[in-house]
Design a protein around this ligand. Structure first.
Ligand code: GSH
Length: 240
């Protein structure tokens, strides 16, 4: 059994989709980030970085003690290994392409769009520069994605791979910052095809309306502190 420390965000949904795709048994352990569940010291054992998702495999590859994995991209690679290389091309070029696009999502498309969400939805209003900067980056990367998907059916080539599992939930999230997938025709074609996969539907069943709407969530001071302020810093051992 694999425990998934989970929030239904794009990073969390990558893992739930992957597990549904490969059919390994898992148990979701839901976290309430607004309440600061992820700040509790015990969670550091699962994820030293104190963010979600994280997994604990009680029957790990190679046997032995339960094994924890953090960083959603690393979790996808671990799960692929565990499922005999599932959703990872076998040929060296295809494999490298899958890893390249997985890294692109992890280092660029996710973090830049994440900052766009922060400044569009959570930060005090009226901060034009960061909004413009991160929206520009998000749009630039959607154009990069569109170009790639104009030359190949999936990110790594002909076959659906971990790169698509990782990028699809972040593409779904662009609605919350006022963008529509239909603006990028190749992305649109790819997005709709993946949305029809039963495993993707099962993996995204846990709804989080706040996450997919463009509403600005109203946070209490305590909730803001848990997500972005003093409580978050204190939990990482930073003196405030
Ligand atoms: N690069 C990390 C990002 C993890 C991350 O930032 N997760 C968010 C939820 S999707 C989180 O834990 N936020 C809580 C916080 O910022 O304190 C990954 O892909 O796993």
């Amino acid at each position: 059994m694999i425990d998934v420390h989970f929030v239904p965000t794009p990073n969390g949904n990558k893992v739930s989709i992957m597990l549904e795709e490969i059919g390994l048994p898992y148990r979701l352990i839901p976290y309430d980030m607004l309440a600061g569940d992820h700040l509790k010291p015990g969670f550091r054992r699962i994820n030293p970085n104190g963010r979600l998702p994280g997994i604990e495999d009680h029957d790990p590859i190679g046997g032995g003690e339960p094994f924890c994995v953090f960083e959603s991209g690393a979790i996808l690679l671990y799960l692929s290994d565990k499922a005999d290389g599932a959703l990872m091309p076998k040929d060296p070029r295809g494999r490298s392409r899958a890893i390249q696009w997985l890294m692109w999502q992890m280092a660029g498309f996710g973090p830049m769009q994440g900052q766009a969400h922060h400044f569009v939805r959570y930060a005090p209003e009226g901060q034009d520069y960061p909004v413009q900067r991160y929206m520009n980056e998000t749009r630039r990367m959607l154009a990069v994605l569109d170009r790639r998907l104009g030359e190949a059916e999936y990110l790594a080539g002909e076959a659906y791979s971990v790169a698509d599992v990782s990028t699809w939930p972040w593409t779904r999230a662009i609605r919350a910052i006022g963008l529509e997938v239909a603006e990028w025709p190749n992305v649109h074609r790819w997005f709709e095809a993946i949305a029809e996969r039963p495993a993707v539907q099962r993996g995204t069943e846990v709804k989080n309306a706040a996450n997919l709407s463009s509403a600005r969530p109203v946070l209490t001071p305590e909730q803001w502190s848990n997500l972005f302020g003093e409580n978050m810093l204190k939990s990482a051992g930073v003196e405030v």
